[in-house]
Design a protein around this ligand. Sequence first.
Ligand code: SAM
Ligand code: ZN
Length: 267
Amino acid sequence: MSLDYLCPLCTFALQKIDNTLSCENRHSFDFAKEGYVNLLPVQNKNSKHPGDSLEMVQARRAFLEQGYYRFLQQALIEIVSDINADTLLDLGCGEGFYTHALAQHTQAQVYGVDISKSAIKFAAKRYPNCHFSVASISEAPFKSQFADILISVFAPLFEHELARLAKPNAQLIIASPGPWHLKELKELIYKHVNEHTEIQPPSGFEHLKTTLISQQVQLEFNELKNLIMMTPFAWKFRPEQWHALEQTASKSVTLSFYISQFKVKNS
Ligand SMILES: C[S@@+](CC[C@H](N)C(=O)[O-])C[C@H]1O[C@@H](n2cnc3c(N)ncnc32)[C@H](O)[C@@H]1O
Ligand SMILES: [Zn+2]
């Protein structure tokens, strides 16, 4: 089967022979025992372990397993299962919570890519129904017009790559924080909590629809800890704030997500 990966060193097509992808220039990349392929060349890494750390990945998996974000997963499934697609690409897929669930509800081949090796290791080990790779989505190792569906859940957006990777009729689906997502946690560390606004159409796309979904949940300390550890503001929590949080039996927290759907703009 052709897997449509491009060589991250020379951008020639990669062919799969046995457990190895290689290009005409004899660059080759082996599949790891977990089933993913690492397409992030050492020279493209800006740190030893780019992307989410093992600690963040473990916290995210532990939190997501509790089911509090299942309503977001379900909303994405409902959108994707209505779209006729051959290829779905989840950009910045993390440990695969959304990727594998979408794969169960589409006939498309599902690809998940993330720059964090720890995240992809976790993803590939648990979810054999998807093709996982370690790579940067700022220069994603896939041919142009690769995907019918592009998914981005709380991941960085690289507009030039979104436009390049989308087939002419593709949909781009972005999940981003809703107005007061995690407000109660942010109030512990920021004087003013700013409302999140909707994502504007990336260049090359036009807006189709935005859905806002929200839930209020009651979380115990261990759950709060994992939730904080998987956010970019975890490092802002000082020891005394952790301590104060530990003393509270549980806390009510707002979970809120915009799901924005875009289609490729017709020129
Ligand atoms: C907030 S997490 C979201 C993960 C997953 N989509 C989820 O919601 O569970 C953001 C992810 O983007 C990844 N990421 C950050 N920069 C990236 C890049 N340049 N290329 C690929 N992935 C990147 C991180 O490693 C991390 O797994
Ligand atoms: Zn090559």
